[in-house]
Unconditional design. Structure first.
Length: 524
């Protein structure tokens, strides 16, 4: 399918909406469609320019070019989505908010235009006529935007979430000693509120701010405010930074601060969640409240400096709380099916193309001679004997200090949780030892393969305490770094000690994930 993604472009201005459109085109291409961005310039002042922009968009025919049809038009922003096409769908990321909520809030430029009221009616009438005539559902990029359509136009829209740019690259490295406030610097993000809250906290609480200012005078105003509040040495201004630098600061922050006023969607919230970081936000933030629950994925407080300061100090004084909120945020994101494949399928009605499965490799041919059965053993079928030979590990070149699973269980203190709680460690029962013993052959075979590679790191998928195989790895591969994926539901860390101190201790961190559904919470 040939798809035109239609949006407005203010020359020389690039932000989240532009990245959103580009990422949609890339997702369409990955799913087997041909996609192109179609941009219409937009000037909204004076009032005559706004009216002319509406007319220009309505007169634009996008049905075909050079005799080649565009099969589908996806409209994103006002007034570009007014363009003509016989098959158009709407995924609204931006109306002309000056004719809607900003008018009610008293911040609209239209309030200062002699024809402002007439222009407001024009915008609303064009939007309502367009969306009510659509034969397909109208989608919005958030519940907040959908709610605005319902409130002002009586148009029902469905929220359709999408990932932030570079979602797969976001990670969590640590929970360090600073709060992070990323994003473009403009008045709607209310950085003044964040700075006032910081001033109400006790040193050495530190704030790192990343993002370019849309207006240099506004940045100067903010920096002067830090002087007035006496917090200049507690604020680090990064300015415009690379994506790698932005991800680095997300990955190491204690928590993320995002306090906009009635945000449409807000990549910051999603980026924080994917970095396993709590979001500190406010009750009138709009979009972030669709993802953050107070005390679950972050902290929500009134838009008041002292209330916000209390939230800052809460996460800085309680690192365990910050980690718990951040890990919950990551799990919540994964449960929400926020993916470009889902977006493409919803907008086009066509499931993404699944790459063809490569042909399977030929099965391993076993040429070894079948061993003769012993006198007391009934003759085994040839297939069973060949299977036994195939799964029997070769003789080890380096001896292990264990002969059986029971030896491993006796050598290590696997039940460290009891010691932490001041309880007597439970004895490993015979039934468990017998069960784990059925895996002994597999443990040794897998260990043999791992030793040949000599890895510095090992990820064990589907592991569960007691960590018998990890004990084998720690002895066969000195210094190996161990990690695991388990059924959860919480992250789990364990430092396992040798009982007599003669064998190496080892540590492992387990992350919860459903490997049939979730992206593994580890780097490649």
């Amino acid at each position: 399918m040939r798809v035109g993604v239609v949006r407005t472009q203010v020359p020389f201005v690039t932000g989240g909406a532009e990245r959103h459109s580009a990422n949609l085109c890339q997702a369409l291409e990955r799913s087997g469609h041909q996609a192109v961005e179609i941009t219409l310039p937009f000037k909204w002042y004076p009032g005559t320019a706004l009216a002319n922009s509406v007319l220009a968009a309505k007169l634009t025919d996008l049905s075909e070019f050079e005799g080649v049809p565009i099969d589908l038009m996806i409209g994103l922003k006002f007034p570009a989505y007014l363009a003509q096409h016989p098959n158009r769908k709407f995924w609204i990321i931006h109306q002309h908010r000056q004719a809607y909520d900003q008018w009610d809030a008293g911040t609209s430029d239209l309030l200062h235009d002699p024809d402002g009221l007439a222009l407001r009616h024009l915008v609303q009438q064009e939007d309502k006529a367009l969306f009510t005539s659509s034969k397909d559902p109208v989608y919005a990029n958030s519940k907040n935007v959908a709610g605005r359509l319902q409130k002002y136009l009586g148009v029902e829209a469905q929220s359709l979430y999408h990932p932030p740019p570079g979602a797969e690259l976001l990670r969590c490295d640590s929970y360090s000693d600073y709060l992070f406030a990323p994003g473009r610097l403009n008045r709607s993000k209310r950085l003044e509120l964040t700075l006032q809250a910081l001033a109400a906290t006790r040193p050495p609480l530190k704030l790192v701010i990343a993002g370019a200012a849309e207006n240099p005078a506004y940045l100067q105003e903010l920096q002067q405010l830090t002087d007035h509040l006496g917090i200049r040495d507690r604020v680090e201004w990064l300015g415009a930074v690379s994506d790698d630098t932005m991800r680095h600061h997300y990955s190491n922050a204690r928590a993320v601060v995002f306090v906009p006023q009635d945000e449409d969607y807000g990549y910051v919230t999603l980026e924080a969640m994917l970095s396993a970081k709590a979001t500190i936000t406010v009750t009138d933030a709009g979009g972030p409240l669709e993802f953050i629950r107070n005390g679950k994925e972050g902290l929500i407080c009134p838009p008041d400096p002292r209330a916000l300061a209390a939230a800052f100090e809460q996460v800085m004084q309680d690192k365990d709380l910050a980690e718990r909120l951040g890990q919950t945020a990551l799990r919540t994101y994964r449960r929400m099916n926020i993916s470009w494949d889902h977006v493409v399928e919803t907008l086009t009605g066509i499931s993404p193309v699944v790459p063809a499965t490569p042909p399977a490799e030929a099965p391993l041919k076993i040429t070894s001679v079948t061993p003769a059965p012993s006198e007391n053993e009934p003759p085994a079928p040839a297939a069973a004997a060949q299977l036994k030979l195939a799964i029997t590990p070769p003789a080890r070149t380096v001896a292990l200090p264990f002969e059986t699973v029971t030896d491993v269980l006796a050598a290590y203190e696997f039940d460290t949780l009891a010691a932490v709680k001041g309880l007597e460690a439970a004895h490993i029962d015979i039934g468990l030892a017998n069960y784990l013993g059925t895996h002994w052959q597999r443990y040794l075979t897998t260990l043999e393969l791992a030793e040949k590679i000599k890895p510095a790191r090992v990820l064990d998928i589907g592991v569960f305490p007691p960590l018998v195989f990890e004990a084998l790895l720690a002895n066969a591969l000195p210094g190996v770094k161990l990690a695991g994926v388990w059924e959860g539901p919480e992250p789990y860390y364990q430092h396992v000690k040798c009982r007599d101190g003669k064998l190496p201790d080892f540590e492992i961190e387990l992350a919860p994930a459903n490997i049939e559904r979730d992206r593994l919470p580890f780097e490649d």
